[in-house]
Write a protein that binds this ligand. Structure first.
Ligand SMILES: *[C@@H]1O[C@H](CO)[C@@H](O)[C@H](O)[C@H]1NC(C)=O
Ligand SMILES: *[C@@H]1O[C@H](CO)[C@@H](O)[C@H](O)[C@H]1NC(C)=O
Ligand SMILES: *[C@@H]1O[C@H](CO)[C@@H](O)[C@H](O)[C@H]1NC(C)=O
Ligand SMILES: *[C@@H]1O[C@H](CO)[C@@H](O)[C@H](O)[C@H]1NC(C)=O
Ligand SMILES: *[C@@H]1O[C@H](CO)[C@@H](O)[C@H](O)[C@H]1NC(C)=O
Ligand SMILES: *[C@@H]1O[C@H](CO)[C@@H](O)[C@H](O)[C@H]1NC(C)=O
Ligand SMILES: *[C@@H]1O[C@H](CO)[C@@H](O)[C@H](O)[C@H]1NC(C)=O
Ligand SMILES: *[C@@H]1O[C@H](CO)[C@@H](O)[C@H](O)[C@H]1NC(C)=O
Ligand SMILES: *[C@@H]1O[C@H](CO)[C@@H](O)[C@H](O)[C@H]1NC(C)=O
Ligand SMILES: *[C@@H]1O[C@H](CO)[C@@H](O)[C@H](O)[C@H]1NC(C)=O
Ligand SMILES: *[C@@H]1O[C@H](CO)[C@@H](O)[C@H](O)[C@H]1NC(C)=O
Ligand SMILES: [Zn+2]
Length: 720
């Protein structure tokens, strides 16, 4: 029951950005139900009462100026490495607000299509040529820019292939297995997958692992919930349904194996740094994204051949076109011809860094958002977040103008080249790692700040309680149902579910190095206007007409983020809930236990991990009490001790050598699922080896993960 409900409620955007893959969410929610982990709805004081400083911050957010920043960010090519002047503009805006601001340049591996085409050749030799860019719409000014970025898959290989093709459903390993079981020869053919479920790069990897020669990934109306043309909604620009020519671009790098520049995995990029081979990290076969409109003739040509949707009996195999059978094919003589020439080269990208020094310089909070987009617009991904960050800088500028100075240093980051693979943030973290590990209290990420009205956040355990409290202070805009506060909207959308972090956005490098982190945003539900993710129609026109008319959700999300930043930066006691962090670890252990008990190594002993979490729980409760006392008595020495422990304890979770087979993922608590790519696995090194049936390695990683939890507990220790 709960599973069905969650799947229907949450059509999170499938952003690299947000990782709100709804299958993964449904799966996790199922765990939550079994472990009774979803929260109870809290009573909310209404109207919320805010302190004087909170009131200044909240009142500073203005929908009109946010809309101006959004307009700026969405009217120029700003693909990673393409737009230094946008970085300079951002730095200047932050400077005007009172932040010390500068650019940091990183030369990274970039890919761009030189030439790309896809042609269907039917058995009767008639052909259909796909459009690899969206239609120009008179209403949407940036759909006709002369320098439109073609629709392509970042990090895809080049290749010229003409071959028969096979529909592979969502392109999961199990989907491919169905085809193999049916005796269908995959080798040398082209895979045609829909975009649903798992991360797109994993689909390409699965095709490659099955010796296929290419991969085409199309958008299916099944991903759009109720808001489809078939259900009577008009398509964008006349209505909220998806425009049939919309194409989802995106990177197909092997994201569960690494983050950042694939030529400098594990070290910082600079003009003189050594560089490795990208081969292990990126696909070796060409892949191309396709619109709904251009997918129909491809699917139609497979009708009557191969495995039927009914026989395949796989989740997401039968899509949403009601006049297409979704037979796998191949159809003898029906072929796809791909001609795909990618350029790969090293190019500079520019992060913008803005700083307000705190009075305690060894405590730092970093808040970041990426700036680069796949398209001229990028109104949701990522520039809803970018516009909010400018307004947030201005809000803190108002406090600075009154002579306020934060206790802790606040750093703003506007990252470049996130879309290729979190390059800007990863290279920055790798460059400044020793200092960040010494000083950073938390990293706060906002990528897709707004692609719809449904608030969500993921994050580490200690920070959750406090973030939920801030939501209760923010009024929710009218017009989206009867939700008085942001908390009410969030609870309605998620039933209190907060997922662990994977690697979908710029928090990854911080979190994987043992820094507390959250990822906040809001996305569309099944009845909300369809978000044209990574398409030309993620534009200012779409945002101001359908996504967030009036920029009210932008305003609320910005107010929310500003309170989070303010309290972490200025509260005498860092507002962590350590006992809750312990509860979260216990729930992750239950989840792992469930994975184990249904695996081939069902008797794996998790006792060491259970003992370590018990020790962590004890330390968490003690330090939490001491922290509260220190606060009550304004014992500044003790506050200093507790704060530094609150800052440092998650470093214990980072395993120095990295997780097996993926050295830039270090956090033993969670990492992206190897086979999923969007959702996170808990205790990933154990999970991976349990799934792989390697008992010795699984046992080894139970011990190592337990040691990591004990390291964190030891850092929290005060007295005996
Ligand atoms: C950079 O972005 C700005 C703002 O969107 C735009 O005005 C400018 O033309 C862009 N520059 C380039 C080189 O495309
Ligand atoms: C299609 O073209 C090929 C190669 O040009 C030719 O051998 C074949 O007979 C044609 N098939 C039909 C049905 O016209
Ligand atoms: C490489 O360049 C960076 C600046 O980009 C400099 O700080 C560093 O010392 C250089 N390293 C070597 C080995 O030359
Ligand atoms: C299916 O319907 C769509 C529009 O609803 C139409 O464009 C397409 O040509 C149809 N395809 C087939 C194979 O009949
Ligand atoms: C489809 O799969 C489900 C389990 O995933 C199974 O219960 C059901 O019997 C299958 N149906 C057919 C027709 O094989
Ligand atoms: C902030 O602190 C850093 C490091 O102590 C210092 O170099 C910098 O000058 C300070 N900036 C301002 C604006 O005070
Ligand atoms: C969310 O709101 C809808 C509409 O107001 C309501 O029907 C539904 O029960 C709510 N769900 C939760 C979990 O609060
Ligand atoms: C800002 O909100 C006001 C009041 O609701 C509205 O009239 C105005 O159109 C909004 N401004 C923008 C730029 O959307
Ligand atoms: C795992 O689950 C089994 C059965 O549900 C239970 O007996 C065992 O205590 C659990 N182990 C841990 C470490 O939670
Ligand atoms: C706590 O003590 C510090 C230093 O002694 C002082 O500056 C501060 O005002 C005190 N805070 C409160 C709330 O009394
Ligand atoms: C299991 O993992 C270990 C590394 O811990 C490795 O040495 C061993 O070869 C693996 N065993 C199998 C059967 O893959
Ligand atoms: Zn993004």
């Amino acid at each position: 029951m709960y599973r069905v409900l969650s799947a229907v409620l949450l059509f999170g955007n499938l952003a690299d950005a947000c990782q709100k893959d709804w299958d993964a969410l449904a799966r996790r929610s199922l765990h939550h139900q079994e472990h009774n982990r979803h929260a109870k709805r809290a009573e909310v004081e209404y109207p919320p009462s805010l302190s004087e400083i909170e009131t200044i911050l909240v009142n500073s957010f203005d929908n009109k100026s946010i809309s101006e920043w959004s307009y700026y960010y969405t009217h120029g090519d700003h693909l990673g490495s393409h737009n230094k002047s946008m970085a300079e503009w951002t730095a200047q805006k932050w400077r005007d607000a009172g932040f010390d601001s500068w650019l940091e340049e990183f030369p990274i591996w970039v890919t761009y299509p030189e030439h790309s085409s896809l042609t269907l050749i039917r058995p009767d030799n008639t052909t259909h040529e796909a459009n690899l860019v969206e239609e120009v719409l008179a209403e949407d000014d940036t759909s006709s820019y002369p320098n439109l970025i073609p629709a392509y898959h970042g990090m895809s290989a080049s290749g010229t292939v003409t071959a028969e093709y096979i529909y592979v459903g969502r392109g999961t390993r199990a989907d491919f297995q169905v085809l193999k079981d049916a005796g269908i020869e995959l080798k040398g053919k082209i895979a045609l997958a829909n975009y649903g479920g798992i991360y797109r790069g994993t689909k390409v990897k699965n095709a490659q692992d099955n010796d296929m020669a290419g991969c085409v990934i199309f958008t299916d109306p099944l991903d759009d919930g109720e808001v489809t043309e078939a259900n009577g909604y008009e398509a964008y620009p006349n209505g909220p349904a998806r425009n049939p020519s919309s194409i989802q671009r995106g990177s197909v790098r092997f994201s569960s194996l690494y983050s950042g520049d694939p030529t400098t995995v594990g070290w910082a990029s600079s003009w003189n740094s050594s560089r490795g081979d990208t081969k292990p990290y990126n696909p070796s076969i060409p892949s191309i994204p396709l619109s709904m409109k251009d997918a129909i003739p491809l699917l139609a040509a497979l009708e009557g051949n191969g495995v039927s949707a009914e026989k395949a009996n796989r989740s997401g195999w039968q899509g949403g076109f009601d006049n297409v059978t979704y037979d796998s094919g191949p159809t003898p003589g029906a072929m796809i011809s791909i001609d795909h020439e990618m350029q790969g080269y090293i190019a500079p990208v520019w992060d913008v860094i803005g700083v307000i020094n705190g009075t305690s310089p060894d405590e730092v909070v970093v808040v970041g958002n990426h700036r680069d987009a796949w398209v001229i617009g990028g109104a949701a991904d990522p520039n809803s977040g970018s516009a909010i960050l400018v307004e947030l800088a201005n809000a803190f500028g108002k406090l600075l103008a009154k002579g306020w100075k934060p206790r802790r240093t606040i750093i703003l980051g506007s990252w470049d080249a996130e879309e290729f693979g979190l390059q800007g943030s990863t290279e920055w973290v790798e460059t400044h790692l020793p200092w960040l590990q010494t000083t950073t209290v938390a990293y706060l990420n906002m990528d897709v700040g707004v692609s719809g009205p449904r608030t969500n956040f993921d994050g580490t355990g200690e920070i959750q309680t406090f973030v939920v409290e801030q939501m209760k202070k923010i009024l929710y805009p009218e017009g989206y149902g009867d939700f008085a506060t942001l908390y009410d909207m969030w609870f309605n959308s998620t039933e209190g579910t907060i997922s662990p972090l994977g690697s979908g956005s710029d928090y990854a490098s911080f979190y994987q190095n043992g820094i507390a982190a959250i990822d906040v945003g809001s996305s569309n539900g099944k009845k909300d206007p369809v978000y044209h993710y990574h398409s030309n129609y993620d534009s200012y026109h779409w945002m101001s007409t359908f996504g967030d008319p009036g920029f009210k959700i932008h305003t609320a999300m910005g107010q929310f983020l500003s309170l989070i930043v303010y309290h972490i930066a200025d509260d005498p006691l860092i507002p962590w809930d350590l006992p809750h962090a312990a509860t979260v670890l216990s729930s992750y252990l239950s989840e792992l236990n469930e994975t184990v008990t249904t695996s081939d190594v069902a008797d794996l002993d998790l006792g060491a991990l259970a003992d370590a979490i018990a020790e962590f729980t004890k330390r968490a409760e003690t330090i939490s009490k001491i922290g509260q006392q220190a606060l009550a008595f304004n014992d500044t020495n003790m506050l200093g001790v507790v704060n530094s422990k609150y800052r440092d304890f998650p470093r214990g979770f980072a395993s120095a050598g990295g997780l097996p087979g993926r050295q830039t993922f270090k956090n033993v608590i969670s990492a992206p699922g190897i086979d999923n790519g969007y959702g996170a696995d808990v205790f990933p090194a154990v999970t991976d080896n349990v799934n792989g049936g390697n008992r010795t390695a699984a046992e080894e990683w139970v011990e190592k993960s337990a040691k990591a939890v004990l390291r964190a507990a030891e850092i929290l220790r005060i007295g005996d």
